[in-house]
Ligand binder design. Sequence first.
Ligand code: GDD
Ligand code: MN
Length: 398
Amino acid sequence: MPSGQVNSKVEEFADSSKAAGSRPARYDRRRPSDPAVSVILPTYNEAENLPILLDRLATILIDIDYEIVIVDDNSPDRTWEIAARYEDSSPRIRSLRRLGERGLSSAVMAGMEVARGRVLAVMDTDLQHDEEALIAIVNPILDGDADVALGSREAEGGSYGEWSKSRRLVSWGGAQMAKRMLGLAVSDPMSGFFAISRERYLAVADQVNPRGFKILLEFLARGEKPRVTEVGYGFRDRVNGATKLTGGVIGNYLVALIDLFAGRLVSATFTAYALVGLMGAVIRFSSLLVMTAFGVQAATLIAFEISVIANYSFNNAFTFAQDRRRGWKAVAGLLPFHMIALHGLMVQAGIAAFAGIETADLWTAPVWVQVVGIGVATTGNFHLNRAITWRRSASVSS
Ligand code: GDD
Ligand code: MN
């Protein structure tokens, strides 16, 4: 059919429906009104957990006009089949089976795209999120008092269950970095238990990077600063099935932080400082390698010294160019810079100790210990150097 003909058919249809009673076009009478709350449940191999959670939600949400959107990525244990059965049994339940895609964040985004609620809530399907906290998370958004509400294991009343020290440290480090880099005073920015308003979703959806596990961070950091509320809850242990959060997730989180951070240019100075630090680390490790190969005494110390001097010079020339130290002051600046570098080492050692690693074994510690340690130390050192080594001259405002 030529397109002109299609258009006239559509117009004809529109005309006839108008004629039927000249109702306001905004109101769609064929569909029940949009629910107050959509609960999005991402699932991957949750066949045992999903029915339990759906039962509990039916009780918890009894006084709320809600829908549930299950998004399964074609789980090998056929969770999608169970989801489809529930969909048939209840008009409140909808399910999506994605065949070509995998990933928690993108599953959540897919669910939000089809969800119709005024509030879009997300929770894990593995029963680790306490569904009793759901109402408290959803309420401030329904009332218009917040744009984002999150379940927090760090806030008052929150707890981690049987999480290992190291996993808690990663979580804590992640929160610290989000706070410093993005200026977000949120205690648990990696939480997978949260709700946002439809307005917030519409405002930032097209900027969200749907990779990895850190979808909440995206809704917090993109666009204008949201009004945020936290609700403490006790994170439960997983009884059925296994976690999908593996080591790569941490790297992913860091990349996301840098991406969000660089994107909003809170401080290009910090980005430059971090890049110089990275360069210094490469210099340190490569000179250490060379010296060790040649059997040089005190190689660790010399490599550290080389990298500190290189970092200092580059920071003086580029990062803090506006407040550059010249002449004898440039030499004198080496003293505070050294002290601060040592402080950074102590921070790194402290973090490693928390993970049960001896200071002597610092350089052979697992990658995540290094990443968290270096990340926290770098952020702290940056502020100290800004305040001490390259104090802003009064005339410079930025
Ligand atoms: N559709 C889909 N696709 N769902 C997924 C995928 C995926 O690729 N990966 C995980 N899920 C679902 C799981 O079935 C579960 O319902 C939920 O997402 C969380 O996955 P888990 O594998 O149980 O994550 P976790 O318990 O280790 O991690 C928790 O803590 C993280 C860090 O604090 C979660 O709450 C995360 O959301 C949180 O980021
Ligand atoms: Mn889990």
